[in-house]
Write a protein that binds this ligand. Sequence first.
Ligand code: MN3
Length: 211
Amino acid sequence: MSYDMYKFELMPLPYDYSALEPYIDTKTMQIHHDRHLQTYVDNLNAALSGYPEYQNWPLEKLIRHSNWLPDEIRTKVKNNAGGVYNHNLYFNNLSPNKKTQPSGALADAINSVFGSFENFKEAFKKQALAVFGSGYAWLVVDKDNQLRIITTANQDTPLTLDACPLMTIDVWEHAYYLKHYNKRADYIDDWFNVVDFDKALDNYNACYATE
Ligand code: MN3
């Protein structure tokens, strides 16, 4: 059992379900983590259960090289591995500890690319609002080493674009509907109160360390 390889298990939240109140409510966190993420974990395990030759593939390899998988499990593995990867990043990038301002090299990069943190927030919100249907908005280092905001549909990931993710917001309705109803803009504003830029900085440094 592990978080990175078959047999996958549910990564625990690094804080209490209620820790992000009042910005993200307890019930949403319980259902989102314990039911939605658990379902992706279970479906990924089910897809791989009859295929021992792929059970030693790390999660990122299953996503990056899903085209090497047999036809009959390719789509199921790709979608559910993406669901596990995206949610693990999303939940780990949230915190009640008010790390809501970028620092260090990431702050410098954000100022350099977007002009200011306020400009960045505005651009990020605009992209997150523009996701049609279900998906995610991301801050990534792209394949040309440029800091960029991108969006992905459904459970697609930036990994297949050779981009290295720093942080993400899940804009599927299940991430906000119980509290914010259809008001995605309010959820995005609230999300900025619980996003953890220290984690994003760790990820930023890791993106450059793995080249
Ligand atoms: Mn979700």
